[in-house]
Design a protein around this ligand. Structure first.
Ligand SMILES: Cc1cc2nc3c(=O)[nH]c(=O)nc-3n(C[C@H](O)[C@H](O)[C@H](O)COP(=O)(O)O)c2cc1C
Length: 247
């Protein structure tokens, strides 16, 4: 049988199916089930410094062309996460997604993740609907560069930088992620839904993110622009990158 193994940075995977952050990956049990059902690797739901409840319902709505969501980054916080994953047998095939509001928060989370025995982090620089984190951090080119530089300096983790499509210049974010081992494109596209009969917004947070088949075209545009950015002569080393994944 033909091999479909691939590499993301130094990470070799038997097959290129990687479960995206936030879907069926909120517990160690569901992650194990996904891996044992054939996923090559799994990215965890994003973890922050402290426990967060997320937004009240409704947080997800199915629309004709996909999904709208604003779950609000509910997560157990890094202490509970580390406790839950103490005996977890699949740390090498699990990428821990983290979010924070500053360089120090990202570094603290990364060091905890490394001390817990994982070797890869995905930086959520792209959630479009929570104040002070996600795309609010991830659209600041200087901050993105500082976060990645400091994590590289203070840990041995492989870093996946997950970018937001909600910017005019994704190439500068890719360039700011030069020291990362992979780029992940893309997080959800900022979106709002209205239920015309009830005249209400469909999500409790009003603003959410769109995902689904139609974001593939935006995703590809992001990938191609990042590659073109290199071809047009930026002095950053694309050769060090693998286009980690087209979510
Ligand atoms: C319900 C839901 C929760 C999500 N939670 C996260 C998250 O915690 N962290 C993150 O980086 N992305 C999160 N995402 C974004 C996905 O990982 C993915 O980037 C996005 O859905 C686009 O890919 P798709 O169109 O293939 O679904 C979430 C998406 C959905 C639908």
């Amino acid at each position: 049988m033909a091999s479909i193994s691939t590499k993301v940075g130094n990470f070799s995977i038997e097959n290129p199916v990687i479960l995206a952050s936030g879907i069926l990956d909120e517990t160690s049990g569901s992650i194990l089930r996904s891996l044992r059902s054939g996923a090559g690797a799994v990215v965890t739901k994003s973890i922050g410094i402290s426990e967060r409840a997320g937004y009240p319902t409704p947080v997800i709505s199915e629309i004709k062309t996909g999904l709208l969501n604003a779950v609000g980054l509910p997560n157990p916080g890094i202490d509970n996460f580390v406790e839950e994953y103490k005996e977890f047998p699949e740390k090498k095939r699990t990428v821990v997604s983290i979010f924070g509001g500053s360089v120090e928060e990202f570094v603290t989370l990364s060091r905890r993740v490394e001390a817990a025995g994982f070797d890869k982090v995905e930086l959520n620089l792209s959630c479009p609907h929570v104040q002070g984190v996600g795309s609010e951090v991830g659209q600041d080119v200087g901050l993105v560069e500082d976060i990645i530089t400091e994590i590289k300096r203070r840990t041995n983790l492989q870093i996946w930088s997950k970018l937001t499509p909600n910017v005019t210049d994704i190439i500068s974010l890719a360039k700011a992620s030069e020291k990362a081992d992979a780029l992940v494109l893309i997080n959800t596209i900022r979106a709002i839904g209205v239920e015309i009969y009830s005249r209400k917004f469909v999500l409790s947070n009003v603003v959410g993110g769109y995902s689904g088949p139609r974001d593939k075209t935006c995703c590809l545009a992001g990938c191609v622009r990042c590659l073109q950015g290199n071809r047009e002569g930026y002095s950053w080393g694309w050769r060090n990158y693998n286009m980690g994944r087209c979510n």
